[in-house]
Design a protein around this ligand. Structure first.
Ligand code: MG
Length: 367
């Protein structure tokens, strides 16, 4: 039972509408599907979703790294040796977590299929069959954000993430207030600033954010300014989450020591996959930080991996962010992500529990 081949498939898929967050406008995808095949023809699927705000990797570099650095390590290996293979790959993919995540996901999918168990079982067994998720509304005009928020709530979410930081502070706070006025007092709001506020802007914003009932403030200060964000944490009665500041367990340990956040965003793409995400979760527990499973709005393969991860995470601090496939024009896996009562079912079946429509995948292949 050895790996025969690994292939990187660059995809061309658009977003249903431009999604604005931080300084990024997402209209087209940069996703790459990684397909690992055994000698017996069993296939594991992974996905890279490089997003500029988190990595300098691109669709082209993911494909090149798979061809030039990953293939020679992976081919000929026993695919159930997931962590040994990832250990061998890590020094070849320094600062390329999105490429590593794609290989990681494909290996877990493959190992699960070969052993006849879901990925969540390989992660120690699922604690949850359904995952509570939050919706999101990209940065936009206040009326457009309010309208989008209402549409999201009609789909069943109980918590929404809004983005801020692009406009001047008061204008962005007015946007959040417009959404709150439209949706009423009950839905919970998470605000993600993607590191765009200064410490003094945060300190000015906190009373208004509290008044708007914001429950979580994500990466308010630039990722490099730990001491600055620690000042915000000390002043804030709203939980502060670290996202762009977390790329691995050593970051989580430092955030715990320096108290630069109270929770961390456990997004498997930026962390380099499921194995490293689990390491981050363990360290977060050890240093007293909450964890929430995040994403960069990936397609169905990486989102399913996120669902298996979330299934194995005890007591998440906030609902997970695993609704990427709903933002794209199309996908090529089933079951498709479906939100019901603000929750998504973790796929059943071996590996990721997905069926990939190879014809549709071929139609999206940019090669
Ligand atoms: Mg974030």
């Amino acid at each position: 039972m050895t790996i025969r081949s690994i292939e990187a498939i660059p995809l061309g898929i658009g977003f249903k509408q431009t999604f604005r967050f931080g300084t990024v406008d997402r209209t087209r995808s940069q996703n790459v599907v990684v397909r690992i095949v055994t000698e017996d023809g069993v296939v594991g699927y992974g996905e890279a979703c490089p997003v500029r705000a988190f990595t300098a990797e691109t669709q082209q570099t993911v494909v090149a790294l798979i061809d030039e650095r990953v293939r020679e390590v992976v081919v000929g290996q026993n695919p159930t040796l997931v962590r040994p293979i990832l250990r061998a790959l890590a020094p070849r993919l320094v600062h390329c977590p999105f490429t590593l995540a794609a290989v990681d996901i494909a290996l877990w999918d493959l190992a699960g299929k070969l052993l006849g168990v879901p990925v969540s079982t390989l992660l120690g067994g699922r604690l949850h069959d359904r995952i509570e998720v939050h919706g999101s509304v990209g940065w936009d005009r206040p009326e457009a954000m309010a309208e989008a928020a209402l549409a999201q709530l009609a789909a069943g979410y109980r918590t929404l993430k809004l983005y801020a930081g692009r406009d001047d502070l008061d204008a962005d706070l007015d946007r959040l207030a417009a959404v709150r006025a439209a949706i009423g007092p009950d839905p919970r709001l998470i605000v993600d600033v993607n590191g765009l506020w200064s410490v003094s802007q945060c300190l000015r914003a906190l009373p208004r954010l509290e008044g708007l009932g914001v429950v979580l403030l994500e990466q308010p200060v630039a990722a490099w300014d730990g001491p600055g964000q620690a000042e915000v944490v000390r002043a804030s009665r709203i939980d502060v989450c670290a996202d762009e500041a977390v790329y691995g367990p050593e970051d989580v340990a430092r955030i715990g020591r320096e108290r630069t956040a109270r929770t961390i965003n456990l997004g498997l793409s930026k962390l380099g996959g499921l194995a490293r995400a689990r390491e981050c979760e363990v360290v977060a527990r050890a240093v007293g930080l909450g964890v929430t499973v995040g994403s960069v709005l990936e397609l169905g393969i990486a989102t399913a991996a996120g669902l298996h991860l979330a299934a194995a995470v005890a007591a998440p601090a906030y609902p997970a962010y695993l609704v990427g496939p709903l933002k794209y024009e199309t996908d090529f896996v089933s079951p498709a992500v479906a939100v019901s009562g603000g929750e998504i079912a973790v796929p059943e079946g071996p590996g990721l529990g997905l069926a990939v429509d190879e014809e549709r995948l071929a139609a999206l292949d940019l090669r």
